[in-house]
Design a protein around this ligand. Structure first.
Ligand code: Q46
Ligand code: ZN
Length: 302
């Protein structure tokens, strides 16, 4: 197998592009996919500082590596959720990555802040762990970005994440989620940091290959709370379709982005109010995060 561009031995075959690349050409191709995603969705400019949300996994660390290599100004943000050895190891991987490249990393530790990890926080607030986790993450991403002067937060969601989310939303006809799903989420008229997903054109397999070729030491385990998640079933179904028809996954997601405005016009006025507790934009008088934390405090203190 030879590289389609330079004819030296290839390191990866890409059936969806009917091609194969050597190490340098693969890196070039992958960087171009990221640049295409950034410019097509006006994610950020070269002079904007970007807060990169990192989990210690391959996608977010590779995203940080790529943005840094492409000359963007980046700072990492790691949230230690307090999930035993998984959180300890993922923090260690993230810190080693940042230190090795001389990059700045902000760490927020839930056990230090709340005295509890996300599993206990979810239990005390009577919420499923991933639902509480999503609310908390959104709050901290936005709070830290605004406090430190970042207008944009980049996350490592790849094509498999976005296509499987779309698949799940369609299977369940989740219209409000379909209206909102996008590689660039609203900044609420500047009141919120813009949330962007520069890896949405790249599947998991290509991201894993990139991370390995660039010797990124990432945590292999998934969060233990993700066990049994429906998302894995959707990813598997899409992978089978991709094998039968290479390129289907990206075509499915890009097709949605193209048709979205017509099929699912956004009618939701996003978070028109300001939370009386924390000052972040919200739908009601108090935001979901502040309600969650208040419930946990009442339960823990009583
Ligand atoms: S939501 Fe759920 Fe993830 Fe939070 S508790 Fe773990 S699996 S980390 S993306
Ligand atoms: Zn609030």
């Amino acid at each position: 197998m030879k590289c389609r561009r330079c004819q030296i031995p290839a390191v990866i075959k890409l059936p969806r592009h009917n091609t194969a690349f050597c190490r340098d050409c693969f890196e070039d191709y992958l960087h171009n996919q990221v640049l295409k995603a950034i410019s097509a969705n006006k994610m950020f400019k070269k002079d904007e500082a970007i807060l990169v949300a990192v989990s210690g996994g391959k996608d977010s660390l590779a995203l940080w590596h790529i943005l840094n290599k492409l000359g963007y100004q980046t700072v990492g943000l790691y949230l230690n959720l307090g999930i035993g050895s998984y959180s300890e190891l993922s923090q260690e991987r993230t810190e080693t990555f940042a230190k090795g490249r001389g990059l700045e990393l902000i760490v927020q530790n839930y056990r230090k802040t709340y005295g509890l990890g996300i599993v206990e926080i979810a239990k005390e607030s009577a919420r499923p762990p991933c639902s509480a986790c999503g609310t908390m993450k959104r709050h901290h991403f936005n709070r830290i970005a605004m406090e430190k002067g970042f207008s944009v937060v980049a996350t490592g969601h790849n094509l498999d994440d976005e296509a499987s989310r779309l698949f799940g939303n369609l299977l369940n006809w989740q219209r409000p989620y379909l209206e909102k799903q996008s590689p660039t989420l609203s900044d609420n008229g500047g009141k919120w940091a813009r949330k962007v997903k520069p890896l949405y054109r790249l599947p998991e397999r290509e991201m894993a290959a990139y991370a390995i070729l660039n010797r990124i030491d990432y945590i292999l385990e998934e969060c233990p709370k993700s066990k049994g998640a429906k998302m894995f079933v959707y990813k598997e179904a899409l992978n089978k379709l991709e094998i039968a028809s290479p390129g289907r996954k990206l075509a499915f997601y890009l097709g949605f982005l193209k048709e979205k405005a017509q099929l699912f016009p956004s009618r939701i006025e996003e978070n028109p109010n300001t939370c009386g507790e924390c000052g972040q934009p919200c739908q009601d008088e108090t935001c979901g995060y502040c309600r969650l934390v208040a419930r946990v405090k009442t339960k823990v203190m009583s």
